[in-house]
Structure formats: structure tokens, C-alpha cells
Ligand binder design. Structure first.
Ligand SMILES: C[S@@+](CC[C@H](N)C(=O)[O-])C[C@H]1O[C@@H](n2cnc3c(N)ncnc32)[C@H](O)[C@@H]1O
Length: 299
């Protein structure tokens, strides 16, 4: 099996890491490990791309359009980008929104989450809470965030669409907005590319079949790569439960977490999730079962 260090070298030499890993593991869909390793190794590429004027201008328009979509639906008090990458989308969205909004982001990759924190700080955004987490087991409480959105993060998780939609919907209070590739709306060439990369499909159909109220599903007005056109899907939830004051949750049980010493602790699952350089690592596999942690630390 190829080592991560060798993969890092392959990436530097211009190879597609996820394609190498899919071949090594003999799978057609991306596993969580493939996604985590391939995106983590690419860390820095998105913030670097923002130095190209043409790309930065596109990102600005894309984020402005997303912000307009959000504001046409509601004035959110809280917002979450699921699969935040290096926060190059979230940063522009936040610049266009009310400054008092509570903002959150999570990503499978620790390195990208760290870069996201630095990128936001460089743009004077210091009040966004970021953590590591998985779309398949989102570390946020039920009905905790007014507007949850994704921007091409469900994309590599082909085959896991239903669980991801259930998770995103669980966390949403008012609206769930998806900016993701749309297989059905794509050309033959795009479809072949999406199949090759193991991309997600049929999010709107699955959302309908889950009984969700799909307000809109249509091509988004801006797409950077014509071979990977973005579709906009808006799902309304309108939960009337009051928003919780703390939003982070144990990814296993989806119950509240408590910050104790250098970890987020779940008193229900008796599991400590480490905080690595200010970033809470809230994936199930990050958890350390420690039934005495709270007692020891609070002694
Ligand atoms: C194409 S990038 C988009 C990043 C960001 N949303 C943006 O607009 O710039 C996809 C991101 O989704 C993250 N991602 C993919 N699958 C994920 C999963 N299952 N859980 C959490 N993050 C995921 C990747 O690590 C990567 O940072």
C-alpha cells in the first residue's frame, strides 16, 4: 500500500491522489479515507488560487450570489458551511452578511480547517468557530443552525448522498442550501467525468424521497468549471424549536459536548475529542473513550 508520504510526493508531481487511492483500494466510489487524504494533501491550493485575480473575482461573484440567495430566504442568526475547505467561500459570504451572525464551518481535513482559520483571520474574521467533522456524522446538535449550506463538499461522496442529506437536514433550523454538481443537468462529457471521480448524484430526488420540502432545484448562475456545473438546491425546514446556545455535538450520539481542559467531552458517550491547535477534532474516529476524564480533569 502506498504511504501518505509517497502520495504527497505524487501530488507534488501532478498526480490525482484520489484516483491513485481508488485504484489501490479497488473501489469506484471514494471512501472517507480517500477523501480525507486527498483533500488534506492538497491543503493550501485554494488559498493560493485566490491570489489569481480571475479566480478571486469569480469567487467573489459566486459568494455574493450565494449570499443573495440566503438573504432572499431569511436573515439568519447562525450559518454553517459544511465541508468548509480553506474558507475561501465562507470568508466572502461572511463579508456580505450581518456582522453579528454566528458562523461555523467544519471539514474532514484538519490541515484545511487550520488553513481556513488563518485565511479568515487574515481577512479580520475572528469569530467563526471551526472544527473537524464528517458530513456523515455532523458534530452539531439537531436544529442548531438557521442556514446550513454546502459548496461542492458533498461532491466527492458519491453513494453516501442519503445519509449526508439526513445529517445536513437534522442540523438545519430554517434552510438548507446545496451548491453541488448536478448529474442530470450535465452534458455527456461532464457525466463521464463525474462517474470517473465518484461524484454525488440525484440530491434533489433523494431529498424529495425523504419527504423534504425542496423549494428549488436549478442550475446555479455561476460555475467555474464547465465540466462540473453547479446546481442550486434549496430545502426548507422551518423548525420551531428554540436555537440552542451551544451547538457542538458528539458525532456518535449527537448530544451536547462540554469543553474540559484540552478536549471537547461528551458526558453521554464518555468520549473525549481532542483539540489540536484550537481546532476541535470531532470525527467519530478522533474520540478517545475515557469514562473518568471529566472526574479527573474537574478534580
Ligand atoms: C471542493 S472542496 C470545497 C471547499 C469549500 N466548500 C469551498 O467552497 O471552497 C470540498 C471540501 O469538502 C470536504 N469534504 C468532502 N467530503 C467531506 C465529508 N464527508 N465530511 C467533511 N468534509 C468533507 C473536503 O475535505 C474539501 O475541503
Amino acid at each position: 500500500m502506498i504511504s501518505p508520504k509517497e502520495l504527497q510526493k505524487k501530488y507534488a508531481d501532478g498526480y490525482n491522489i484520489s484516483a491513485i487511492l481508488r485504484k489501490e483500494l479497488n473501489v469506484t466510489c471514494n471512501t472517507k479515507e480517500i477523501i480525507e487524504i486527498s483533500y488534506d494533501i492538497q491543503t493550501g491550493s485554494y488559498t493560493q488560487k485566490m491570489q489569481e485575480k480571475e479566480y478571486a473575482d469569480f469567487k467573489e461573484k459566486y459568494s455574493k450570489e450565494l449570499t443573495n440567495t440566503i438573504l432572499s430566504l431569511c436573515e439568519p442568526k447562525s450559518i454553517l458551511e459544511a465541508g468548509v475547505g480553506e474558507a475561501t467561500t465562507l470568508c466572502s459570504v461572511l463579508k456580505h452578511l450581518n456582522k453579528d451572525i454566528k458562523s461555523y464551518g467544519f471539514d474532514l481535513s484538519w490541515s484545511r480547517t487550520f488553513y481556513a482559520k488563518n485565511y479568515l483571520q487574515r481577512h479580520n474574521i475572528t469569530n467563526t468557530s471551526l472544527c473537524c467533522g464528517d458530513l456523515l456524522n455532523i458534530p452539531f446538535l439537531d436544529d442548531s443552525i438557521d442556514v446550513v449550506y454546502t459548496s461542492h463538499s458533498i461532491e466527492p461522496n458519491g453513494g453516501q448522498e442519503e445519509q449526508i442529506l439526513r445529517e445536513l437536514y437534522r442540523v438545519t433550523r430554517k434552510f438548507l442550501i446545496l451548491l453541488e454538481p448536478d448529474y442530470k443537468l450535465s452534458s455527456k462529457e461532464s457525466k463521464e467525468r463525474m462517474d470517473l471521480h465518484g461524484y454525488c448524484k440525484n440530491l434533489d430526488t433523494i431529498a424529495h424521497s425523504l419527504g423534504y420540502n425542496v423549494l428549488k432545484h436549478e442550475p446555479f448562475s455561476l460555475s467555474y468549471n464547465p465540466l462540473n456545473p453547479t446546481a442550486l438546491t434549496i430545502i426548507s425546514k422551518q423548525s420551531d424549536t428554540p436555537s440552542p446556545s451551544e451547538v457542538f455535538a458528539c458525532p456518535k450520539l449527537k448530544t451536547p459536548l462540554k469543553k474540559i481542559a484540552n478536549a471537547m467531552y461528551s458526558p453521554e458517550s464518555l468520549t473525549a475529542y481532542p483539540i489540536l491547535d484550537d481546532i476541535a477534532c470531532l470525527k467519530i474516529e478522533n474520540g478517545i473513550f475515557a469514562s473518568k476524564y471529566q472526574e479527573i480533569m474537574e478534580d
